[in-house]
Each structure stands twice: as structure tokens, then as C-alpha cells.
Design a protein around this ligand. Structure first.
Ligand SMILES: Nc1ncnc2c1ncn2[C@@H]1O[C@H](COP(=O)(O)OP(=O)(O)O)[C@@H](O)[C@H]1O
Ligand SMILES: [Mg+2]
Length: 298
């Protein structure tokens, strides 16, 4: 079953058409990567899912219920970590979670047991400092604990890794991967390596539309062949090679890309016959980054 579905969603701010036609669905218990450049409309889409903004057209459902702007009916299924979470600086992590549990009407015993479980999940169980001394990474981790407090069916995290250093990013991605056991995770990012580590499914948002989506394997398969990189020992041999292999793309001094890997035997034969020495020849798997660049046409 799909925990979240967006169907032909459009949103305009004044003259600016931010989302044109956004359709995708997030299967239950998956980790779904919502990828797009800065300004692509990721935060806008998330606010529509939370009913914090009204869409111009299209439909959104969470856990089978339609999202209506301004009513929070579907938000009882959702935990949300905004892009810049704010905390009361004078509280400790435990006090903060107790406060959040109390205002959402949880029972004291439940707040305590759930807080301990979640602080352990995000690695803050031993930290009793006040939040004003917390790093960005620690704040993001506490934000995830808070978002999971009410056992949401869908956890939405808006660029949770953007402000973090590589070590902090890895910790946070590991937490999201662990959270999959108890919920469905939708997170946005403009960092493509993030999605390669933990996502089951990804969708690329570009110019108001989803331009590519599927499992990592499906998305990779959409690319043509894996290309072959070739580097000559003597760059002066390049003209000889290009005369026969017109489709080689030059990548700088003596370096080429052969996009049709099927021509490799022919290339080897020619190199041997012409006594062209090779420094390096390598089959290159498409990274998600290559794919994204291909799709957005840069
Ligand atoms: N409340 C708003 N009013 C006018 N324009 C907005 C508003 N919110 C976002 N935008 C514009 O919509 C575009 C998408 O923004 P956003 O959803 O924040 O992108 P992302 O999260 O992918 O970086 C941007 O050009 C932004 O300036
Ligand atoms: Mg954003």
C-alpha cells in the first residue's frame, strides 16, 4: 500500500509556477528520496502534504485520506522535521520531548518510555545538556526524535542533511534508515550521494515536474549503456584514434569517453593494430549524479 500519493499537484506563487504537475507515490515502510536543486519546490510540496499551503489543483492523500488545506485531519499520521527546526534553548532533550508529548496529549508513562526509546535511536540518550549548546547535527537528530514521538505512519524530513558535515550526514542517514522499521520516510535533499546510501525509491523534481522516479536500480537502468573511459599514454595519438572513432567524446588531453560500450572489442583491436599505448581504460557505472545531470540537461 502507498502511504503517500500525490496526483497532478500544481502550485503557483503569484506569477511563479513552482509545481506544474507533480505525481508520485511513496510505498509503506520505504525510505523515499525527494531530490531537486535549490528552489525546485521541495519545501513547497512538503507544505502541501502537511496542509500548510493550499494547492491550485491535483490531489494528495496520506494513509488513504485526502489532505485538505487548513484542516489537520491527515497530520495525525505525519511527523515533520522542518528544514530549520527551532528549539527552546533552555531545555534538555528529555525536557523537550516531555514538553512535546504533553502538548500533544500523550500520557506521562508513554512519554517517558517513548522518549528513552527515541533518544537511543538518535544517539542522544546520554546527553543532558541544554539545547543551546547543541550542534546542528544534534538538533537535527533531536528533531527526528520529536517527529517520531507520536508514532507517525509517515515521517517527513525537509533537507535533514544539508547543514551537516560528512560525518554528521552519515549518522543522520543511518538514523533515517533505522526509522524505516517503525514508519515510512520521505526526505528531501539536493545532495545526490545521500539517496544512493539509503533510499529504496527516489523521485527527481525539476521545473515543476517529476522527471525521473523509481527504485535506484530502475533509475540507473534508464541510463544508456555504462560508458567507457579511455586515457592514452601519448596524447599525440589522439587524432589517429578520432579519425576512426568519430563518436569518442574528448575529455581533455588524451582522455576520451566511449558511450557505446558495445564497440569496446573494435576499439581494443584498433588500439593494438595501431600500437597506441593506453594508460587507463575503465568501465564507468552511472552515478545518480550523472543521471541527474543527464535528466536536467546540464
Ligand atoms: N510563500 C512564498 N511566496 C512566494 N514564493 C515562494 C514562497 N515559497 C517559496 N517560493 C518560491 O518557490 C520556489 C520553490 O521554493 P522551495 O519550495 O522552498 O524550493 P526548495 O525547497 O526545493 O529549495 C522558489 O523560487 C521560492 O522562491
Ligand atoms: Mg527547501
Amino acid at each position: 500500500m502507498n502511504m503517500l500519493e500525490l496526483s497532478h499537484v500544481a502550485k503557483r506563487f503569484g506569477e511563479k509556477q513552482v509545481l506544474r504537475d507533480v505525481t508520485f507515490s511513496v510505498p509503506e515502510h520505504s525510505v523515499f528520496g525527494f531530490v531537486g536543486k535549490n528552489g525546485a519546490g521541495k519545501t513547497t510540496a512538503m507544505k502541501l502534504i502537511l496542509g500548510l499551503l493550499s494547492s491550485d489543483s491535483g490531489e494528495i492523500s496520506v494513509n488513504g485520506s485526502t489532505v485538505c488545506y487548513g484542516t489537520t485531519k491527515t497530520n495525525r499520521f505525519v511527523g515533520y522535521l522542518p528544514d530549520v527546526p527551532e528549539f527552546y534553548p533552555f531545555m534538555t532533550p528529555r525536557e523537550y520531548l516531555r514538553f512535546c508529548g504533553e502538548i500533544s496529549g500523550m500520557k506521562a508513562g508513554e512519554i517517558e518510555s517513548r522518549s528513552e526509546e527515541l533518544l537511543a535511536l538518535v544517539g542522544l540518550e546520554k546527553d543532558n545538556r541544554r539545547l543551546k549548546g547543541f550542534s546542528r547535527g544534534m538538533k537535527q537528530r533531536l528533531g527526528i526524535a520529536q517527529a517520531l514521538l507520536g508514532r507517525p505512519k509517515l515521517l517527513i524530513c525537509d533537507e535533514p542533511t544539508s547543514a551537516l558535515d560528512p560525518a554528521g550526514r552519515k549518522e543522520l542517514l543511518d538514523i533515517l534508515a533505522d526509522a524505516r522499521e517503525q514508519t515510512t520516510v520521505l526526505f528531501s535533499t539536493h545532495i545526490l550521494s545521500d539517496v544512493e546510501h539509503i533510499c529504496d525509491q527516489i523521485a527527481f523534481l525539476h521545473e515543476g515536474k517529476i522527471v525521473l522516479q523509481g527504485t535506484l536500480k530502475e533509475v540507473r537502468a534508464k541510463r544508456k549503456d555504462a560508458a567507457v573511459e579511455l586515457e592514452l599514454e601519448r596524447p599525440e595519438d589522439a587524432p589517429l584514434l578520432i579519425r576512426v572513432f568519430h563518436d569518442l567524446k574528448s575529455k581533455g588531453r588524451g582522455r576520451f569517453l566511449l558511450e557505446d560500450a558495445g564497440r569496446l572489442p573494435e576499439l581494443f583491436r584498433f588500439l593494438a593494430d595501431s600500437r597506441i599505448s593506453v594508460l587507463r581504460i575503465e568501465r564507468r557505472e552511472a552515478s545518480i549524479e550523472d543521471l541527474f545531470m543527464e535528466v536536467v540537461g546540464k
